[in-house]
Design a protein around this ligand. Sequence first.
Ligand code: ADP
Ligand code: ZN
Length: 728
Amino acid sequence: MYAEVLIEYPTKKIDKYFTYKIPDNLVNILKPGMKVKVPFGSKIINGFVMQIKDNFTDAYELKEIVGVVDPELILNDELLKLGLYLEEKTLCPKISAYQTMLPASLKIKDNDTNYTYYKTYLTLNKSKEEIEKYLKTIEKENNQTLLLKTLLEEEKVLKKDYNSYTIKSLKEKELIKEIKEQEYRIQKEKNNNVIKHKLNEEQEQAFEEIKNTPSFTTFLLEGITGSGKTEVYLNLIEDTLKKGKTAIMLIPEISLTVALVNRFYEWFGSSVAIFHSALSNGEKYDEYLKIIRGEVSVVVGTRSAIFVPLKNIGMIIIDEEHSDTFKQDNMPRYNAKDIALKRGEYHNCPVVLGSATPTLEVRARAMKGVYKHLKLTKRAGEGTLPKVTIVDMVMEAKKRNFIFSDVLLEKLKETLKRKEQALLLLNRRGYSTIINCSSCGFTYKCPNCDITLTYHKSSNNLRCHYCGYTTSKDDKCPNCHEDGLNYLGMGTEKVMEELLKIIPDAKVIRMDQDTTSKKGAHEKIIQSFRNHEYDILLGTQMISKGLDFPNVTLVGVINADSSLNIPDFRSNEKTFALLYQASGRAGRANLKGEVILQTYNPDNYVLSCVKENNFNKFFAYEMNIRKILKYPPYYYLVALKIVSKDYNIALENATKIVNYLKKNVSSSSIVLGPSTASLFKFNNTYRFQIVIKYRFDDKLFKILKYLDSIYLNENKVNLEIDIDPLHI
Ligand code: ADP
Ligand code: ZN
C-alpha cells in the first residue's frame, strides 16, 4: 500500500504530493487526512496523507512512512475539500491551507511536544468490605482512616488534596492506589438557573424564521446595539442542539467578550469548546480533542474556529460580521465569512451574519434578496438609544481646549457625581505621536518604516507602531542639539495625564495594546471597571466593541475624525461603525445615555449619520460614493503588493506587472497603479501596490495564478496577492 503525502514545507515550490510506502503496521490504521512523519531529504518532517493507493508503478524505490503524529488528528473529508477551496480562492499553497485548519500547537515546530494533561487520583485498592473490616481494627480516627472513609463514599479523590505521608502509608499497606486520567484544562458546568429572557416580538420573529429554515440560507441579522442579538443566537443554538446538530459561533476578539463566552457556558456548559489566540497550546489541544472526539456540540471562537472539525453542523453564526478580524492578513488571506458560507452549503444549514453596522457588501446582498434580511430595531432591555452631541473642536481650540471640550468635561464631572461611569475613546496609544524640534524642524522617524515614532512615557522610549523598532529619547534635539523638542499629537497616556490634572479624584483606567499585553489583562481591566473600581475607562477602539456595562451613561470620543482621514475606501464605513458601536455602549440599561463626539469636521456627513443613529442614511450615502468610484460592493477588488528591499527592483517589477495585467485582463476590468502602498516603507522593504477592479472576469484568476507562479522563484522581489482585500 502507498500513500500520497503533502509535506509540511510551506513554500509553493514544493507544494505537491510525494508517494511513500505504508509499513505493514500502519496499513489498517492510516487514513486520508491523517498527520504522519515522513523522511524528506535528510530530515524527518510532518505531512498529511492525501490519498491511499494499492499500486505504484514507477521503478524507483520508495521511502516508508515513519509513523502517525496523532491518530486522533484527522482532517475529515469536508476539511480536505475545504483546503482545495482555500487554495483556489486565496492562491495559497495547499499545505498552508491545511495547517491553518489545525490549532497552532499542532504545527511544525511543536511536533514532539505531548500536550496531553493528566490528573492523578487516589482510589481503593481493595473491596469495600475489606476496607470496612480494616477500619474496624483501628481505634482512633486519623488522616488515614479519614481518607479511606472518603473513598468508601466517593470513587476517587484528587491526589494533590491529600497529605503525601498519609498516601504513602496507605499505599504501603496496599489499601489504596494511584490512577492517572486525562483531563481537559478547561472544564465548565452549565448553570441550570440561567436567566433566559422571553424573546420580544422582533427577536421571536427572527428566531422563528431562521429556526424554520432547514437548508443552506444566509441571513443578515441587523440589530441595533443592545437589541438582543446574543439572546437570539443562544436560542438558535439551543434549538440546533435539540435537533441533534452542532453549531459554530464566530466572534471578533474573545478577550473583549468574556461576558459573552460565559453566557455560552451558562447555557451549554461542557458542550462548549472555545478557540482563540489567548489560549495556551495545551488548552487549544484539549479543546480540539473535545471536538474530534465528538464531546462538544458548540464551538465559540475567533477567525480560525471556522475550521473546526465539527460534524453535522446545523447552524453557523458570525457575530459582529463587520469586524476586520475575520479576514486574515497574511497567507492564507482568507475571510472566515467565505469559509462559513462554504461550510453552510456543505452541511446545508443556515448561516447568520449579525451586526448593528453590517458591511456594505453584506447589507447590499441582503437588500437584493441574496441574503434574508432580518431586523431588530429596538433595544431589548430597558435601555434607550443615547443622545449624541457633536462638538466643534475648531471653536474649542480658540478657547485653548485641545484635548477636552468644555461640554465633555462638564458631562464627565456630572457623570461621576451621579456615581455613574464613562468611556473615553481615543484611537491612539502612547503619549505623543509626533516629536519634532522647533529650532531645526527635525522629526523622529522609524529608520525601517519612515513614519513618525510615538513617545511612550511609561517606558520612556520612542516606538514604531508598525515594526516595533524602539529607541531611547534624547533630552536635546539629536540633530541641532538645541533644547527644542516638542511633543505633539496625543495618545492615551497623555489624555490620561491631562484628565487627572483636571479631575484629580477621578479613578481612571487605561485599556490599550500597552496595558493589555499580558495574558488575562483584558479581563482584569474589564472586570474591575464593571465592579466600579474605576469611574472612567479610557482606551483605544478596543473599548468600543461588544462591551456591555449597565452603569455607563457617558461615552466621549476625543477625536472622532482620526479614522476618517485614513486614505482608504472603507474609512467612512470604519468610522461610522466605530462611532456607532462606541455610542451603543452608553445607556445600555435603565439609565439614560449620552455621547459626545469631538471633531474638527462638525459638518461631516458620516458624523451626522452617527448623531441621528441612522444607519440607513449612511448606507445610502456611502453606496452612492462606492458606485461612483467603482468600489465594492459594485466592483470586486484584488490588491497586489510588490515588495523588495531594493526600491528600483520593486518599482521595475510593479511596472512590468501592471503592463502585463493591462494587456491580459478582460476589457471591463480596471488596473490601477503601480502606486506606493499605504505603508510604503515597512521594515526596510519598499512596497508598491496594484489594484484591480472587476465585475466579471473569467480570465483574471488564471492570470493571477500565472503571475504568482513566476514570482515564486524570485528572491529579490515578492508578490503578495490579496483577493477581496479589506484595505488598499
Ligand atoms: P446586542 O448583542 O444586540 O448588542 P445583547 O444581546 O447584548 O444585545 O442584549 C442587550 C441587553 O438586553 C442584555 O443585557 C440582554 O440581557 C438584554 N436582553 C436581551 N433580550 C432581552 C429580552 N427579550 N428581554 C429583556 N432583556 C433582554
Ligand atoms: Zn518601523
